[in-house]
Ligand binder design. Structure first.
Ligand SMILES: [Zn+2]
Length: 285
């Protein structure tokens, strides 16, 4: 590739934010994924950079078979990490078409026996990227993951893109696991209140910092501190003003500080809340 062809994709990484006064947890990150045109993530360096600014623990999410296999290895090597594993809602229809969905789910179940896999996810529904032909496979797979979380006593991490009503309906129909996290929460005030009434946790990502995200900030404003989590979903959803650069766990404080403003609480108060809530959901580590 000629030099300059990808100018822009290799822009310097955003500077490290000021360290937080208390440690926090990045509830959802993909260290196994690097953005197109970028080197694979150096896991030890990513964890070190995160810890320098107070992000001392992370939930590593592997949501296809390769990612799940990688996750159970990396959580053994790094005590800062817990694992979440699942077949992603955009992957389930592909497995279904190939006729190997049952086999893939069986492998997820076997890998989920690892004691440091503490979340089943991300699972759920995505009506944005998968068309109507994939809905049945997505919903079947979602129901299966809900059942796995209940059978294993692990938290359920939900991906919900343009599918709020069906996500809430299916959770109700199946009976939700004890701990449910809506990862990258994208609902409005009404949905936030419904989730809180049901005892779910709402994990806010960099999207809450986006200029056009006022409805999401309004949802955050009515979320009680006991239900709030923070995440990067790295390498995606980089918080403003760094949109366009790859996201990484060391940028979590950018999102957390904006959240403290919206919630009208101090930064240390929110740090303590997200760490406590993370331990409530995943157990100590
Ligand atoms: Zn994710």
């Amino acid at each position: 590739m000629s030099k300059g062809q990808h100018s822009g994709t290799h822009s310097a990484p955003p500077p490290a934010p000021d360290p937080l006064p208390l440690p926090i947890v990045d509830n959802h990150t993909h260290l196994d994924i690097s953005r197109e045109g970028h080197e694979p993530v150096d896991v030890a360096a990513a964890i070190a950079a995160a810890k320098r600014v107070g992000v001392n623990r992370m939930v590593q999410v592997g949501c296809d078979l390769d990612g799940a296999r990688w996750t159970v290895q990396v959580i053994d090597e790094h005590p800062e990490l817990l694992g979440g594993i699942a077949i992603h809602p955009n992957e389930a229809p592909k497995h279904n078409e190939r006729g190997d969905l049952a086999e893939a789910l069986a492998e997820i179940e076997a890998l989920a026996a690892h004691p440091r896999v503490r979340a089943i996810g991300e699972t759920g529904l995505d009506y944005f990227r998968t068309g109507p032909e994939g809905v049945v496979a997505q919903q079947d797979s979602f129901r299966w993951h809900i059942d796995l979380a209940k059978r294993t006593g692990k938290a359920l991490q939900i991906h919900d893109r343009d599918s709020h009503d069906d996500v809430l309906r299916i959770l109700q129909e199946e009976g939700a696991p004890e701990k449910v996290v809506l990862h990258c929460f994208s609902g409005d005030v009404t949905m936030a209140r419904e989730c809180v009434d049901r005892g779910y946790y709402l994990s806010y990502s960099g999207t809450v910092t986006f200029k056009n995200a006022r409805p999401l900030r309004n949802a955050l404003a009515v979320t009680p501190l006991e239900h709030v989590l923070v995440e990067t979903d790295a390498p995606y959803l980089t918080p403003a003003p760094h949109r366009g650069a790859p996201n990484a766990p060391y940028l979590t404080p950018v999102t957390l500080r904006l959240m403290a403003d919206v919630l009208n609480v101090s930064v240390p108060t929110l740090c303590a809340a997200v760490s406590d809530n993370s331990e409530q959901v995943y157990g100590p580590w």
